[in-house]
Design a protein around this ligand. Structure first.
Ligand SMILES: [Zn+2]
Length: 223
């Protein structure tokens, strides 16, 4: 890898159901990167019984978007926590940025930290049809809430791979909610993709194959 002394920053973009979370985990393991996922940050923060915690819990329950200042605060707090860790190698970001304003702000933040030399933006691309199919077929673990994607080897498993718990389909994983997610993606995330493409940083990878093949393609693309 070029610039091996610079932190590697990987930003993963993709529709709900694209499997970008799985790829984020694989990339984190491969390169020893710290993980920043907006979903995780929000879930953890929502458990604190203060104003922000309650507001976040409320907005998450309604399935609405957390405002940018709140998410950016969590993001920066997490960066402060990880940046001085021994052997810090970089960050893999999953679920950020979620709108164009956040893409600009994250660019500024990366520059501020001196992390702007080795940034890889990867779009794990799947069609709308595939996204709807996967979102309405995926399952969740009753015990640990792990989401089991409807892709590759996960299609056939019967028990949660993390804890062995029972897997069920969620009532709210409907075609309608999948379409809502896609509409949000077109409105808010597509401009981000266009922005990274225009600035020559977008790497598009087909997200419709096997998890291992997609991972291989990502590795080839970032090397
Ligand atoms: Zn589980």
């Amino acid at each position: 890898m070029k610039n091996f002394n610079e932190p590697l920053i990987i930003i993963l973009l993709g529709k709900s159901g694209s499997g970008k979370g799985t790829q984020a985990e694989l990339l984190g393991d491969k390169f020893g990167l710290e993980y920043i996922g907006s979903g995780d940050l929000l879930r953890v923060r929502s458990k604190k019984e203060d104003f922000i915690g309650k507001r976040i819990a409320d907005i998450l329950a309604k399935g609405e978007l957390i405002p940018t200042p709140a998410i950016l605060k969590l993001w920066l707090d997490r960066v402060e926590e990880i940046k001085n860790k021994d052997g810090f190698k970089g960050v893999v970001m999953d679920g950020n940025p979620r709108k164009i304003l956040e893409a600009y702000l994250i660019d500024e933040a990366l520059e501020w930290y001196g992390w702007n030399k080795n940034v890889k933006v990867i779009l794990v691309d799947i069609s709308d049809k595939e996204a709807i199919w996967r979102l309405t077929k995926r399952r969740v673990c009753v015990a640990c809430k792990e989401i089991i994607p409807f892709a590759g080897k996960f299609k056939d498993i019967e028990k949660c791979p993390k804890c062995g718990g029972e897997l069920i389909q969620r009532n709210d994983d409907t075609v309608e909610s999948a379409k809502n997610r896609l509409a949000w993606f077109k409105k808010d995330v597509q401009p981000i993709i266009n922005y990274y493409r225009k600035t020559g940083r977008l790497i598009r990878v087909n997200g419709e194959g096997l998890i291992e093949d997609i991972f291989k393609n990502i590795l080839e693309a970032i090397n």
